[in-house]
Ligand binder design. Structure first.
Ligand SMILES: Nc1ncnc2c1ncn2[C@@H]1O[C@H](COP(=O)(O)OP(=O)(O)OP(=O)(O)O)[C@@H](O)[C@H]1O
Ligand SMILES: [Mg+2]
Length: 283
């Protein structure tokens, strides 16, 4: 039986949380020094939560631990300690077999779809593959659902027989999103999913994400370096620095009056927000 915690489902003010990460630690072995093993804390006591059908943007400099958090939440890495309450269950405490049942509900989309999309498969096969692995529907129903998903993300069913290298970068990312949606996840983790795209294509896919969230009630963990995109998509923003969340709050407030120096430094690198960064003299 799964553990159920009402505290994990309801936030302090009674809001419904889909994800509630508590004091998460992930240490990696980082070699040996004077004969004793050294560890690097990629996550050093991370706590955050996301309300159902909202977006939390996770921003932080390279190496701050964003992808490590994504992998732990998606049950692809085991945290060293802490809890990951998802939809009322602490997935960090589940066995491998129990996690397999949860994984379809949490899908990841990465920056480079070329590496995650099988180049030998057609668009239709790519989107239908998760359904085959999970033994959902018969062949005909799978194809129908895959075609509908392609259309849903803006790829014509006429292109269902094309392979990834016949699509543009933006279309490949749409394909990756369609595949991620195949198993009807509740949480979509987008790890720099727009970062490799041109500005205009980024904006189109961001709008697609907003439309999908509105129509399907999806919850997003949106990992980015780009505060402008975070401002466009997120309800809340969390800033990570050296494995910790150093600032978390409503997107508009955090962008208007950042408090932590790490947030101000990151904002200063975004031309649109440089004025609000209020950097100390010399930075
Ligand atoms: N499998 C691993 N083994 C050892 N160290 C790792 C491993 N994965 C990540 N790390 C280390 O953990 C820290 C956090 O890495 P992570 O990839 O989570 O950062 P990030 O914020 O996603 O960075 P980026 O913005 O560059 O993607 C880094 O110091 C990284 O070198
Ligand atoms: Mg990363």
């Amino acid at each position: 039986m799964f553990q159920v915690s009402r505290l994990a489902i309801l936030g302090g003010d009674g809001v419904q949380l889909l994800l509630n990460v508590e004091n998460l630690v992930k240490r990696y072995a980082a070699g040996k020094s004077f004969g004793s093993r050294e560890f690097l804390a990629a996550l050093d006591g991370v706590s955050l939560s996301i309300q159902i059908a909202t977006t939390l943007a996770l921003v932080g400099e390279s190496g701050s631990g964003k992808s490590t958090l994504a992998l732990c939440v998606a049950c692809l890495e085991r945290p060293t300690s802490g809890s990951i309450w998802f939809d009322g269950r602490d997935v960090a405490a589940l066995s491998e077999k129990q996690q397999r049942a949860v994984r379809p509900q949490i899908q990841l989309v990465f920056q480079d779809p070329s590496s995650s999309l099988n180049s030998r498969l057609t668009a239709l096969e790519i989107v239908a593959e998760p359904l085959i692995i999970q033994r959902r529907f018969d062949k005909q129903a799978r194809s129908k659902r895959a075609c509908a998903l392609l259309e849903r993300v803006g790829i014509s069913a006429k292109k269902a027989g094309s392979r990834p290298d016949e699509f543009s970068g933006g279309q490949r990312q749409r394909l990756a999103i369609a595949r991620a949606l195949a198993l009807e996840p509740k949480l979509l983790i987008l790890d720099e999913a727009l970062s490799a795209l041109d500005c205009s294509v980024q904006a189109q896919i961001a709008n697609l994400l907003l439309e999908l969230q509105f129509s399907l009630g999806l919850t997003y963990l949106f990992i980015t370096h780009d505060f402008a995109m975070a401002a466009h998509l997120a309800d809340e923003i969390a800033v990570m620095d050296h494995g910790r969340i150093v600032e978390l709050g409503a997107a508009e407030k955090l962008l208007r009056s950042p408090e932590h120096e790490a947030t101000r430094c990151l904002l200063a690198a975004t031309p649109r927000f440089r004025g609000t960064a209020n950097l100390p003299e010399g930075l």
